[in-house]
Unconditional design. Structure first.
Length: 292
């Protein structure tokens, strides 16, 4: 039986400290802030990021270099026979494509997963992959299982400000101005590759209600079979607003009784485009292969 390592990136929300506790290698995502490179959770903390973001620093997301990926793969393969790399959704970053091309040089020892996950759902994929490895699945089998179930997840996010959607060109300045005056709060969704619009509401409380409605609809329809058996991981996330997030988690516990809700800060790669003050609800289904 091959010894299989699990590798992901910091978009999973798994910190460097947690990576050691879990036994999952985490590659830090790089950011350029006013021309200087920072590495998430190594030379850039969540708090520092939001200070710079709110100070209108010039922030751009990047991806690990080929050299960084290669060095990580080489180092991990000194102690393992194979590795599974779970990067953020290919629709949100080029890391997946770069790693897939690099994997061709490793004679099948490196398997790159393209299962369209980000943040808390990506974290769950990494944990699932680790459990599959413990059950004796090969790297190739783990990749196939995760990709087979790639659409068995759902995320809804509401924002505090339209500033960063405007800055990124996702909405026009005029739409942002009108939205600010009317206190419109968009609800975005990630159901697969990309961050898409779901709906918009007047005020954040209405946005929270809309996200809860959307998730309950997913439970009753998309994930009905999983929900009946309680085989869903319910998750929450936020961007730089931990107190509001604690209240959000408490509300979700009342709306979805019986679920142990895992909550993490949102990936900084997403926060860069949506700003501080966001709240999210997410779900990912249990893997049938882990239930067997």
């Amino acid at each position: 039986m091959s010894k299989v390592a699990i590798v992901t990136d910091s978009n999973s929300g798994i910190t460097q400290k947690e990576s050691k506790e879990l036994g999952i290698r985490v590659i830090p995502m790089p950011f350029f802030i006013d021309g200087k490179e920072y590495l998430e959770d190594i030379t850039l903390t969540q708090e520092e990021f939001y200070i710079k973001l709110e100070g209108d620093a010039d922030i751009s997301t990047s991806q690990p270099s080929v050299g960084e990926l290669q060095d990580t793969f080489d180092e991990v393969l000194k102690d393992y026979d194979e590795l599974v790399f779970i990067p953020m959704s290919s629709g949100l970053s080029g890391t997946c494509q770069t790693a897939t091309m690099l994997a061709e040089d490793y004679d099948g020892k490196v398997c790159v997963v393209n299962n369209q996950r980000i943040s808390v759902t990506m974290r769950q994929s990494a944990i699932d992959a680790l459990e599959l490895a413990k059950k004796g699945y090969s790297a190739k089998e783990i990749k196939e299982i995760l990709e087979k179930h790639k659409f068995d997840s759902s995320i809804y996010i509401t924002l505090e400000t339209l500033k960063y959607l405007k800055k990124g060109g996702r909405i026009t300045p005029a739409a942002a101005a009108i939205g600010t005056v009317l206190n419109l709060k968009p609800v975005l969704q990630i159901q697969g590759e990309k961050l898409d619009a779901y709906t918009k509401t007047r005020g954040k409380e209405a946005a929270k209600k809309k996200m809860i409605e959307a998730m309950k609809n997913d439970f009753e329809n998309r994930f009905a079979n999983f929900a009946k058996e309680g085989k869903l991981h319910l998750e929450a996330a936020y961007s730089g607003n931990p107190e509001e997030a604690a209240e959000w988690k408490e509300l979700l516990s009342k709306e979805f009784p019986g679920y142990d809700i895992h909550m993490d800060p949102l990936s900084l790669s997403i926060s860069c485009h949506i700003g501080k003050g966001a709240l999210a609800i997410a779900v990912s289904a249990y893997l049938p292969e882990l239930e067997a």
